[in-house]
Write a protein that binds this ligand. Structure first.
Ligand code: SF4
Length: 437
């Protein structure tokens, strides 16, 4: 049976409570009417393609819990669908709310379709990457229509959101050619669009045929994630004219999507010094009228390859506290190599810490409850309860077990042994003797 509304935004604007709006309200401990109002205004997006039947929907918005995305997908160096699918499910189990399929090798459609059949998290893609692989033709030979057709293919397959680098135009080519940036364009999709425009002499197809693309997105309820082709790739390029000018165009494109009831997220930086992050969030929220901001990092220093999950988590926590709604994970392998299973795990945990820390600072309903339970478990020296409340119980338990106290019956850990402050205080307050020697 055909549903009586086109998109979640269309439904919310007409006062229709969809199952997705209800599910999000429940997950967020919020009133249904509040979520509906936020979706109607575009301040919350619920990416939920009509064809993604296994989806457990989530809302993305600065007043909701901060969500995280994990990039995966088959590539030349990892082309086994089942192994990649295992990584997807383990990312979901670790708390990822979205998976971006950045497959870049072979026939990408079967994996994308498998993902939309089996994955309960939101699925996102970047159609411009896939165009080259899908047609198996060099970039310069592709036409604007080819790119639009790939967006349709992804929409039909059940993808919930697509990154479209619509904000870069021929004017950007001139700006970049002036050579004022250290890192030019570091967005993979953005660089492909730039290269295509340079080789063909034509305007950005995602910009030129934006209305046609919006019609496709409306038909399948695909959320547009407006890609920031010009996100800064180093601290020196942060908040420069190229970045801000693209953001202004993204603001215009946000409104054009909303005029067709198409949901929008806006992608953001990048590499940004800590003292510029809050201002970046404020500017985005003002220009894009509160559309959910989806940030990659931001990385707060350029000099920590091997540890960029940490540089990104520091920036992500500040960004989310200041208004970002959605964090793209970054792994220790960023700038260096394809992440392996351990890198993926560390990247997810770092992003979850950033997201959770921001949610506490934003005082979201129930955000601190788990921390309070952890504090109780720590005071009671109840190790099993501490593992239950830990973001990564497996790692917490394995560290304690690998360096257990010499005394098997010790209720403390081997860090302070019998000098354990918690134990001493518990005993002192209970009027007991404190046996240290
Ligand atoms: S031994 Fe030290 S680190 Fe371990 S629980 Fe007690 S106070 Fe904490």
């Amino acid at each position: 049976m055909k549903r009586e509304y086109a998109t979640q935004m269309d439904a919310a604007r007409r006062g229709i409570v969809t199952p997705e709006i209800e599910a999000v309200a429940k997950k967020e401990n919020r009133e249904v009417s509040f979520i509906m109002d936020m979706v109607a205004q575009g301040k919350v997006a619920i990416p939920a393609n009509v064809n993604h039947k296994s989806l457990e929907p989530n809302g993305v918005g600065s007043m909701l819990k901060t969500k995280i995305n994990v990039n995966l997908g088959v590539s030349r160096d990892c082309k086994d669908y089942d192994i990649e699918m295992q990584k997807v499910m383990s990312a979901v189990n670790l708390g990822a709310e979205a998976i971006m399929d950045l497959s870049s090798h072979g026939n990408t459609q079967p994996f994308r379709q498998k993902l939309c059949r089996e994955c309960p998290a939101m699925v996102g893609t970047v159609p411009v990457y896939d165009a080259v692989i899908h047609y198996q033709r060099d970039l310069a030979t592709l036409t604007a229509k080819d790119f639009v057709d790939v967006v349709r293919l992804h929409a039909e397959d059940g993808v919930d959101f697509v990154t479209l680098h619509c904000g870069i135009t021929r004017k950007t080519i001139e700006q970049i050619r002036k050579g004022e940036r250290k890192m030019n364009i570091v967005s993979r999709g953005g660089s492909l669009v730039f290269a295509w425009m340079s080789m063909t002499g034509e305007e950005n197809p995602f910009y030129e045929y934006y209305d046609e693309i919006l019609d496709i997105c409306r038909e399948y309820d695909v959320t547009v994630s407006l890609g920031d082709a010009c996100r800064p790739g180093c601290l020196a390029d942060a908040t420069d004219g190229v970045q801000i000018e693209e953001l202004i165009r993204l603001g215009e494109l946000t409104q054009r999507a909303w005029d067709k009831d198409v949901q929008v997220m806006v992608e953001g930086p990048g590499h940004v010094p800590m003292d510029q992050i809050a201002a970046n969030m404020k500017v985005q929220q003002t220009i894009c009228k509160g559309a959910p901001f989806y940030v990659l990092g931001p990385l707060v220093t350029d000099i920590a390859p091997g540890y960029d999950h940490i540089t990104a988590a520091i920036g992500g926590a500040i960004a989310a506290m200041s208004g970002a709604a959605f964090l793209c994970y970054v792994t220790p392998a960023e700038h260096l190599a394809l992440p392996n299973v351990d890198d993926v795990r560390e990247g997810i945990i770092a992003s979850k810490i950033a997201a959770h820390a921001a949610d506490i600072a934003k005082d979201l309903p129930g955000a601190r409850a788990q921390d309070d339970r952890m504090a109780d478990a720590r005071r009671k020296l109840d190790w099993e309860a501490q593992y239950r409340e830990a973001l990564d119980p497996e790692t917490a338990k394995s560290i304690r077990d690998s360096r257990a106290p010499e005394d098997d019956h010790a209720d403390t850990c081997s860090m302070c042994g019998k000098f354990c402050a918690v134990r001493s205080m518990n005993k002192a307050l209970a009027g007991e003797i404190i046996d240290i020697l």
